[in-house]
Write a protein that binds this ligand. Structure first.
Ligand code: SF4
Ligand code: SF4
Length: 423
């Protein structure tokens, strides 16, 4: 019986790891005689469809399991081991692709370019963690995202960086999200994938620059826990919003808070909110109303300023698009014809395209960037406004509670609470 079981397991494992052999190659890689070497690609090799669906199934199962661990079992150990599984499966085995963070770009491109077909798995990896977050908080960050798991491993001596620095650095992911949507929607580039710090480690092929970037993040992560998650991750912005409205969320205490303060400094991510009482913040209805009226003027103003800044920056932002870059080079060659020709100019000359065509194509891209930059600038202004409003209109909270948006549901603080569950 034992032998049969071992044989069965071995057959299953063999099937599992060799399934990629069924991946469809549409045509063989061309072979060059000129000495040209194939460039490194941003994506791993093609994967059989059934395996892609299996990834989605693993994602759903892992999310369900970790949500149960966080909310019902309240087990930090369980969360840790689940995150190790995710690091191995979604990180090293799946080589960080498809990932929910990068899927933002697929979804953005699909929304703005009708000729792009959104892969079902990319949509699933984008939407499923957000749906779970809406019900149970950021359990995805707790132990499913391999990026978070990797940074969690090195957080040996986490220290608090203070409310102000947290708030200022916390604005960076909004900017990164806005830029990644703009560049994906205009078909310029998938910058989240291009500047992904950890994927090079998962695939063991990081360029020197990315290796330094990832190394810097991991070294700083020893003292400032999860720097990528807190101050860069664009998907974290969406998870943060969804989590604020989650139906259920992990709590530090299983019953009532006895204000013992033992959990106060236990969160490595500064995500525990200390009690704010009515008397402490001298809040009253009149003051709240005043602030509300003030914010109703400030928020539209910030949106206009953001939109105008976007308008001013649109040409610079569009400069990285290949069509705009070519048009700039064509104009420069006209102005200084003695300059050495770039590869782009050589390719343009041999393509037979006219200068007018090149400029027209660049003009279309520029007008997309103009619209997109204004919208995204206004959107960033709105977010700034909402963040200020959140600070000014802070509700009174009598207990130590995790901030629903910023808490990664890692379950660390649970172990610090001396209160036992009530039967
Ligand atoms: S914040 Fe981003 S990188 Fe960090 S765990 Fe969440 S999704 Fe992953
Ligand atoms: S569960 Fe949330 S509040 Fe508690 S330590 Fe983890 S991130 Fe901090």
């Amino acid at each position: 019986m034992k032998k049969t079981l071992t044989l069965l397991i071995l057959i299953c494992l063999n099937l599992f790891f060799s399934w990629n052999a069924f991946s469809i190659q549409r045509f063989p890689k061309p072979e060059f005689e000129s000495g040209y070497t194939q460039p490194d690609t941003l994506m791993p090799s093609a994967r059989a469809e059934i395996l892609a669906y299996m990834d989605v199934a693993v994602l759903i199962l892992a999310l369900s399991f970790i949500s149960w661990l966080v909310l019902k079992k309240r087990s930090r150990k369980g969360v840790f081991w689940t995150s190790m599984f995710s690091l191995i499966y979604f990180g090293f085995y799946r080589e960080g692709c498809v990932c929910s963070i990068g899927a933002i770009q697929n979804v953005s491109l699909a929304l703005f370019d009708s000729s792009y077909t959104l892969p079902v798995t990319a949509l699933a990896f984008f939407a499923i963690p957000l749906i779970f977050t809406l019900f149970v908080g950021r359990t995805f960050c707790a132990g499913i995202c391999p990026f978070g798991a990797m940074q969690d491993l090195v957080a040996f001596k986490p220290m608090s960086i203070g409310v102000r620095l947290n708030a200022i650095l916390g604005l960076l992911p909004y900017l990164y999200l806005a830029l990644s949507i703009l560049y994906a929607a205009t078909g310029t580039d998938f910058i989240i994938c291009r500047y992904d710090p950890f994927v090079g480690i998962f695939r063991m092929n990081a360029s020197f620059g990315m290796f330094v970037f990832a190394g810097g993040l991991l070294i700083s992560g020893i003292f400032i826990a999860r720097p990528y998650c807190r101050f860069l991750c664009p998907y974290g912005v969406l998870l943060n919003w969804f989590s604020r409205y989650s139906r259920r969320h992990m709590t530090i205490t299983p019953a009532h808070c006895i204000q013992c303060r033992l959990c106060e400094g236990s969160c490595p991510y500064d995500a525990i909110e200390i009690p704010v009482t009515e008397t402490k913040n001298h809040d009253n209805t009149k003051q709240r109303l005043k602030r509300l009226i003030m914010m109703s003027f400030i928020i539209p103003l910030l949106m206009v300023v953001g939109g105008y800044t976007g308008y001013l920056l649109h040409e610079t932002l569009a400069g990285v698009h290949s069509k705009v870059r070519l048009a700039n080079q064509v104009i420069n060659t006209e102005v200084s014809p003695l300059k050495a020709e770039t590869f782009e100019i050589q390719a343009y000359k041999s393509s037979g395209k006219t200068q007018a065509q090149v400029l027209k194509e660049a003009g279309i891209v520029l007008s997309k960037f103009k619209k997109g930059s204004i919208i995204l600038g206004g959107f960033i202004g709105l977010l700034f406004g909402l963040l200020i409003a959140g600070k000014l209109l802070k509700r009174h909270n009598p207990d130590y509670i995790p901030h629903k948006g910023r808490c990664f549901s890692c379950a660390r603080c649970i172990d610090y609470c001396p209160v036992k569950a009530e039967n």
